[in-house]
Design a protein. Sequence first.
Lengths: 244, 244
Amino acid sequence: MRRSALVTRLEQHLAMTAEERDTLDWAERREMRFTPGQLLMEQDRPNDMLYIVQQGWVHSARRLVNGSRQIVGFHYAGDLVGTSSIAWSLATNTVTAVSDCIVSELSKGALGRIFKAQPRLAGALYAISAADYVAMGDRLTSIGRMGAIERLSLLLLDIIARLRVTAGGVVDSFDLALTQQDIGDAVGLTKVHVSRTFGDMEKRGLIERSGRRVRLLAERDMIAMTGFVDRHGVIETNWIPAPE
Amino acid sequence: MRRSALVTRLEQHLAMTAEERDTLDWAERREMRFTPGQLLMEQDRPNDMLYIVQQGWVHSARRLVNGSRQIVGFHYAGDLVGTSSIAWSLATNTVTAVSDCIVSELSKGALGRIFKAQPRLAGALYAISAADYVAMGDRLTSIGRMGAIERLSLLLLDIIARLRVTAGGVVDSFDLALTQQDIGDAVGLTKVHVSRTFGDMEKRGLIERSGRRVRLLAERDMIAMTGFVDRHGVIETNWIPAPE
DNA sequence: CGCCTGTTTGAGAAGACTCAAAACGGGTGG
DNA sequence: CCACCCGTTTTGAGTCTTCTCAAACAGGCG
């Protein structure tokens, strides 16, 4: 059996005991495959599962009363998705596969048992959720207070930072699997304006495109302009008690 | 000694044992008082404390490279603030008192001990943080995809929903302690546009104002228009294991 | 080859922003 | 008790960004 991506993720932050690893591997069930566009979970539908992304990536979105959509986050291998079911029995978001992906289930009951038996895992999960919270604050800030170029830059920087975690070596270009509609829904712009803004960015020499492929030509400038901080690198877990 | 607001909050969601209550009461230290505008924590400064709001309310904001500000959340009695220090040693946000308030500290070490000794408390904290995460998604959605009137309506609805938790009885008006600059920073508008939009809302009969006092005249319409959902009411904690 | 989805371009409109000045209001000192 | 002061709110005028609607274009797939 493949090692769970969640275990790999937690291990980056916390030295785990064999027992802890096993507990997690045990708790994960029912590995499932999805193709781009397929839903793992639908807003307002009953749901009491959490999902662990093992491979690929998904997004989590909200449908509004006025018919539009807001993508509230992207989730990659090792992420825990659908955490709203921790607090409610109806899903608050629709979760959709962006790429081909493999996902496994973690029931709420299993989560409860982890909290009871493996407090250090619980702590690490809490730390990760705190990091996700801050990352969402970044996006909120960008949508609330930045212009179109900055918002798109931030999105590209975030995606590429995330790709670099898994892909070893230098990465400065990547295939963007999202449509411009998706991108607009993520950063709070219309697809038309996304298209124009990408054009502007090309003219300014910030990026280069061909097909789905995007290359960041002036990553340093983009970081300076947006104040981008990679929230997914180091997470401190030193407050978590040592194993006995 | 006054009962901690956090204990009161958790008790709404989870039947606690005396030992659990005591553990929390014990962990909270150094009660402090703040007046409006005082900072409890400043962005990019070292910080390894969490804060529990006991009375009053505070906001948490981000300063951007372009000089503007985004308020990412408001926190009321019973809320845990500064959770970014769970993952990093530098504060990601500036936290400022909105009203006179009383706040107590919870060290990261104490949090670690709670996770180890009181798994049910850890679970409840995790559930609350999941709820906060969803609430931030609501705000993200509103800023990304709604117009000025909807954004302000949502803010007012959220504040009043929160006031009703503490104030018994019917509440349909309240004193808004925020300046229009603050409000703009929270919903992603300029203070000038906030002023105009409040004017529009009055003309449309949605609200009525005199001085700082705001009365919601058409709450039902505002809810229908925005799809507002109160995320702070019921939180499910049934996945948390029973006490032994 | 044609179709379908997604992207680009154009033109005009709407919403929100900027700068600036005036009005308001609560608090302080004379 | 009044006059002044400061921070805040309101109003006005003009501008800029982003949106809407519409049509043309591109590219991958059956």
